[in-house]
Design a protein around this ligand. Structure first.
Ligand SMILES: [Zn+2]
Length: 387
């Protein structure tokens, strides 16, 4: 039976839809046109579709295929947005071109390649006439590259109840990008330092907010990071600082503000991270007043057991199709799985074609990867929903 479905996979179809999707500009903030494209394509395959506006002209797209009887529910997910165009592209980011087995274009690997493989799988299952149990569905969500608003909106729908989600992100499961069994979370500290203005020739009459901010920054290595058995510790990185005059003037600056990214591991919370920063600031006994806050985005960390069913289904399929064992890791990063698994408690599998320059100029996807990923998706769907 599985062979009959695999026979329906069609690499030329994957490639065609991938090209068509690259041609649609879906830079974060303008996902509407791609959502409409996907709706049409999914309906042609035979899924029942719904568009839900998360923000005006920024819909999530959902499609589902019902089995002959109730059963488990498996969702294949993709984010429809891409990162903005970075400088230095050697070609038009919206005109796919193929050179030496690589298809170039914005979003080719992150993650229109994975979505194309998902469409190929759904089309094969539908065309085979195969009857499964439960529900096989697709979700295309907006805003992954920014605040994850699409994934958060999905958790407000009936899809919050699916049994597992496969994210078709560029995680080929080899040494270049192992399969995450968990991902760090993150918060963004927003720290406001308030001093006191004075003439710059008499600094002793004021409180220099910029210098006090500098003292905090110089002591960030005294933050207390929890040591997680799988992840190790989180980390921090100062991203922005602003303070002082706009037009040159010799005034002791009365305010300074800076932002620090902090990766957190399971067991650390937003509150524990805020408390940690407050403790550090108090220990410095500064004259300035310091307000420790956070601003979006923030993501929960998550960790899954290797015994999780979706991993148990995936692992032997990967070995069979790829001829080797998959690599796993506890990843430093952020994906929509931080929302689906970290907030929604839904087991998540990341799997997709090998990445080439995601978030960089001249992004590409290795075309070689599209057939095995389509095949693994198909085998995973059939196995998970066999009833
Ligand atoms: Zn992505």
């Amino acid at each position: 039976m599985i062979d009959e479905i695999l026979d329906k996979l069609d690499c030329s179809y994957t490639r065609r839809v991938l090209e068509e999707m690259i041609k649609i500009n879906s830079v974060v903030g303008r996902e509407g046109e791609l959502a409409l494209y996907l709706k049409e394509e999914l309906e042609a395959i035979g899924l029942e579709c719904e568009l839900h506006d998360v923000e005006p002209d920024r819909p999530n797209i959902y499609g589902r295929m019902m089995g002959e009887s109730p059963g488990r529910r498996l969702n294949f997910n993709g984010h429809t947005d891409t990162v903005p165009i970075v400088e230095g592209w050697d070609m038009d980011p919206f005109t796919p071109i193929v050179q030496e087995g690589k298809m170039y274009g914005l979003g080719s690997c992150d993650m229109k390649g994975g979505i194309a493989c998902t469409l190929n799988m759904l089309r094969a299952v539908s065309n085979s006439g195969h009857t499964m149990q439960g529900e096989l569905s697709f979700s295309g969500v907006i805003d992954e590259e920014a605040y994850g608003k699409g994934a958060k909106a999905m958790l407000e729908t009936d899809f919050a109840g699916v049994d597992a989600i496969v994210l078709a992100e560029p995680y080929p499961g080899d040494e270049t990008k192992p399969i995450p069994l968990g991902i760090t979370g993150k918060i963004l500290y927003d720290i406001k330092v308030k001093g006191k203005a004075a003439h710059g020739f008499r600094p002793q009459l004021g409180i220099n907010a910029v210098e006090d901010a500098g003292k905090i920054l110089a002591n960030l290595d005294k933050l207390e990071f929890m040591d997680h058995p799988d992840f190790g510790t989180g980390n921090y990185s100062t991203l922005k600082i602003e303070g002082g005059y706009e037009i040159y003037s010799v005034i002791v600056p009365a305010s300074c503000r800076f932002e620090v990214n902090r990766l957190i591991v399971p067991g650390e919370t937003v509150q524990s991270a805020i408390d940690d920063m407050r403790r550090l600031v108090e220990s410095l006994e500064l004259d300035s007043e310091v307000e420790v806050g956070i601003k979006p985005p923030r993501y929960e960390a998550y960790v899954m057991s290797k015994d999780e069913e979706i991993i148990g289904v995936f692992d032997p399929i990967y070995r069979e199709v790829m001829g080797k064992a998959p690599c796993y890791e506890y990843a430093y990063g952020i994906t929509d799985a931080n929302i689906f698994a970290g907030e929604g408690g839904i087991p998540c599998l990341h799997l997709g074609p090998q990445r080439g320059g995601a978030h960089q100029k001249n992004e590409y996807v290795h075309l070689d990867w599209l057939p095995p990923v389509s095949e693994m998706f198909t085998r995973i769907a059939v196995e998970f929903l066999k009833g």
